[in-house]
Design a binder for this molecule. Structure first.
Ligand code: GDP
Ligand code: MG
Length: 356
């Protein structure tokens, strides 16, 4: 199953596009749209809580295999204050090393051919050398009263389908790894108990599995699994699932909790970091926002080391080792990529890192 993130700046046409691709389901700061009727099952996730909240963007990206970046006609216009967020989305995708995606040039009915060509040139310049450099640009609209209504939407669907074939092959390779399920929603259902929604990030999750939930580090059992509202016995990598859990209450589960046999739990981190070229220097004692999986929290920069020597600041475009201190327990695995953000500046993403 392919999970598709629909991202972009405010008013970039994200919700209109997502609503065109699937039927609305669960909604919080992110909204799921399912295409349950089609043979190739997909979930499209609208990150509508962004740009106000970075968490909405990162959550959507970390539960997805592919992204559709929506860029409206004025999406890179210097005079448009919202354009900083188009750039911010590109920085986020690049820092995450996000492989698969498409750039949707939205609202094609409200612009001109030559303007679209100019926009594509700008995008190509901005994304050169990033993980988005080979992403295809597709011009489209979702306006039924346009001269050319829904122009480009079928092209987009075809391209998504083409990419999802590659994604399914990649997911199949992850089935042999230890099972990890990222939880994005948890609630109590009368008569059913604790229900969580999330995505199988690796391995195969099975009905009646005895496993654990982190960072609680508590033994649980999977009572049942559903996908697209149908009961299933096992959920391979990539499946968006609903699960009933035994021995845990929904009120104790937060977004980002992980169902897995083993995770690292920590409140402080030593990360090998790469600082973005598009941020400010990061100083010791400053506060950054840390994201890993679907978890996030503020952390204090305790120490910065370059070539083993302590320094006062980490410069944009450089690499360093950063010691960070947080408050709450966070669960992760050695291969997980951490993202760092500075919430005080317009383009908020600051860098990424892995634990040493
Ligand atoms: P979001 O904030 O990114 O979710 O953007 P929306 O999907 O809510 O769209 C923002 C505004 O643009 C709304 O008023 C939409 O009706 C309008 N809009 C979205 N897509 C199109 C389109 O393809 N053509 C035109 N003309 N307007 C659009
Ligand atoms: Mg919206």
């Amino acid at each position: 199953m392919t999970n598709v993130a629909i991202i972009g700046t405010e008013k970039s046409g994200r919700t209109s596009l997502a609503a065109n691709l699937g039927k609305k389901g669960t909604s919080s700061d992110i909204t799921m749209y399912n295409n349950a009727k089609e043979s190739r099952k997909m979930v499209f996730v609208d990150s509508h809580g962004y740009p106000k909240a970075l968490k909405s963007l990162i959550t959507v990206l970390n539960i997805s295999d592919m992204a559709v970046l929506c860029v409206p006609p004025d999406g890179l216009d210097r005079n448009n204050p919202a354009s900083v967020h188009t750039g911010e989305c590109i920085v986020a995708l690049d820092l995450l090393g996000f492989k698969h995606g498409i750039i949707a040039l939205t609202k094609s009915d409200s612009t001109h051919m030559y303007a679209i060509d100019e926009l594509i040139k700008k995008i190509k310049l901005m994304t050169a050398g990033t993980s988005l450099q080979d992403w295809e640009c597709i011009s489209l609209n979702t306006n039924k009263s346009a001269k050319d209504p829904f122009e480009g939407v079928e092209d987009l669907k075809a391209k998504i389908s083409e990419i999802s074939e590659k994604i399914e092959a990649e997911q199949a390779e992850l089935n042999s790894l230890p099972t990890r399920v990222f939880i994005d929603h948890a609630f109590n259902v009368t008569g059913k108990g604790c229900v969580v929604l999330g995505v199988v990030k690796q391995g195969i999750s099975k009905d009646k599995d005895k496993t654990k939930i982190f960072p609680m580090d508590r033994d649980i059992e999977i009572r049942s699994i559903q996908s697209h509202d149908v009961d299933i016995e096992s959920a391979p990598t990539g499946t968006r699932v609903g699960m009933r859990l035994k021995n845990v209450q929904a009120k104790d589960i937060e977004r980002g909790f992980i169902i897995s046999d083993k995770e690292i739990i920590s409140t402080d981190y030593v990360l090998e970091c790469t600082i973005s070229r598009f941020t400010r220097a990061i100083e010791t004692s400053s506060v950054l926002h840390l994201f890993v999986g679907l978890q996030s929290e503020p952390v204090r920069v305790e120490k910065i080391l370059v070539d083993g020597k302590e320094v006062k600041e980490a410069k944009p475009g450089s690499t360093c080792v950063m010691e960070l201190l947080g408050n709450k327990k966070v669960a992760y695995s050695k291969e997980d990529r951490f993202l760092l953000a500075n919430l005080d500046i317009p383009q908020r993403f600051a860098g990424y890192g892995f634990t040493k």
